[in-house]
Each structure stands twice: as C-alpha cells, then as structure tokens.
Design a protein around this ligand. Structure first.
Ligand SMILES: Nc1ncnc2c1ncn2[C@@H]1O[C@H](COP(=O)(O)OP(=O)(O)O)[C@@H](O)[C@H]1O
Ligand SMILES: [Mg+2]
Length: 246
C-alpha cells in the first residue's frame, strides 16, 4: 500500500531545549487513512503535525511525505499538504477579506507568484459556499468570531485540494451543531477525493465517523496506535488512558 507519511525513529527538539519534544516516533500512514490524534495538553500533538509538514525540522530519524524525504525542506511538499493550525492569531486590523484568505489556499497549490485563474477563483468560491461562509466572504478576516475564522481556515486548506490534510483541533471554536456539520463535510472530502486526513482532536466525541485509526500521544511519544474501536474501548480509557484523553 502506498504510504502518505512515514516517520522512522524521529526526534524533534525545540531550539534551546536539551530534551527532545518528540521522542523516537515511528509512524506509518497509508494514503487514504483518516487518523485522529489524541492526548493531553503538551503531549506533542502540534509538534508532530509541524514535523510532518516541515515547519519544524526533526533532528534525528527520517520524515517522508508522499515518498519524499523532507530533510527540513517543508516547501518541497507544501503543495500537497493542507494545514489548519491550532493557533492562528489574526490581527484585528488585517486588510484581508475572507475571500482573499480562502484564495490563498490556491496560491499554496499553484505557487505564490503564479497568476490566479478563473478556475482558482471558482474553486475558492465553491469552497466558501460548501463551508457555509459565503455570506461573510467580503468581511475582514480579523473581525470574525472564533467559529467563523475556524471555518475559513478549514476552507482555505480544502481549497488547496491537497493530498494530505493536517488539522490541529479544527473544531475547538465550533459549537456542537457546527462540529457535526463540518465533520460531515470532512467525511465527504475523505470519501470522494481520497485525501489522507490526520486530525488532532480534543474531544473524542467529535472524532468523525470516517476515522479508522486513533493515535494516543503522551509526553512526546506514541503510547497507543490502533483502530478506533480498540483504542476507544471504555475499559481501556478507564484504565490506561484515564486523564490522558481530554
Ligand atoms: N517553541 C517551543 N519551544 C520550546 N518548547 C516548546 C515549544 N512549543 C512547544 N513546546 C513544548 O513541547 C511540548 C509539546 O507541545 P505541543 O506539541 O504543543 O503539545 P500539544 O499540541 O499536544 O498540546 C510541550 O511541553 C511544550 O511546552
Ligand atoms: Mg497542540
């Protein structure tokens, strides 16, 4: 089976730190998988996503994305990887409109200095409609509610039409109904576009139905990795991961 992501004995250490944040991570993800990553605050979930997309450089082991070794060069795979970051502090006075931000997803695919075509605009516009943010498309991005901004970031990542999509707590600002709605849309994308999904989820009740595999992290390590039914067994949660799944 074709691998989307391959980490072999990877350590990632933050600058100025002695102890690696990610410790000896080996993780193989096949194309088309839908993975949820869970674990307590500080477990290394964000660091894992940023190591996969090359925002952080690992200092030991090997990271391969779509068969290509990263070696600190995130740009080489950026085109194929969509990312919804956990923290996106948006300046209230930023001049960008929602429609500009979603269109940035297209730049991510075609290259920053390439001309935007009618087709790119169409894809961005369809994505706004799909995510239910058409009505706010001409509002400045800095003046949205947390939930609206989160939907815009998701629309931007999807507009890139990436092969792999990494999302870091994408539902954290959404209410219950919006979580269900957005989750359904992600499931649709997974099914119909064959994208590989890796989603960090805070609340295990929000894990989308398509998710086939759950990874549990703690203290920079993967402490459990298996299919959803096995990992999320109530008795296991009760015994082993008590307090870890938050
Ligand atoms: N820029 C940084 N410099 C040093 N340590 C960091 C930095 N960012 C995160 N860390 C540390 O790395 C660990 C993992 O953080 P993170 O990946 O954000 O965890 P999670 O996303 O699971 O909450 C934490 O102990 C955190 O304090
Ligand atoms: Mg995090």
């Amino acid at each position: 089976m074709d691998k989307a992501i391959e980490l072999n004995a990877v350590d990632t250490t933050y600058e100025g730190e002695k102890i690696p944040c990610l410790k000896n991570i080996t993780l193989h993800i096949n194309k088309g998988e839908f993975i949820a990553v869970i674990g307590p605050n500080g477990a290394g979930k964000t660091t894992l996503l940023e190591t996969i997309n090359g925002l952080l450089e690992s200092n030991r082991g090997e990271v391969k994305v779509l068969g290509k070794a990263l070696r600190g060069d995130g740009n080489s795979i950026r085109k194929y990887v969509g990312y919804v970051p956990q923290d996106y502090s948006i300046d209230e006075l930023t001049p960008f409109l929602v429609s500009d931000v979603v269109l940035m997803g297209r730049y991510g695919k075609i290259g920053l200095l390439k001309p935007i075509t009618k087709k790119d605009k169409e894809i961005a516009s369809n994505m706004m409609e799909y995510m239910g943010i058409n009505n706010i498309s001409k509002r400045p991005i800095g003046k949205l509610s947390g939930g609206q901004a989160q939907k815009v970031m998701i629309a931007r990542a999807l507009a890139k039409e990436p092969e792999i999509i990494l999302m870091d707590e994408p539902f954290s600002n959404l209410d219950f109904e919006a979580r269900r709605e957005v989750s359904e849309k992600l499931i649709h994308f997974h099914k119909n576009k064959g994208m590989t999904f890796v989603i960090v989820i805070h609340d295990i009740a929000s894990i989308p139905k398509s998710c086939n595999r759950v990874i549990v992290m703690d203290n920079g390590r993967i402490v459990a990795d298996g299919n959803k039914e096995d990992i999320l067994k109530p008795e296991l949660l009760e015994m082993g991961y008590k307090g870890m799944v938050c």
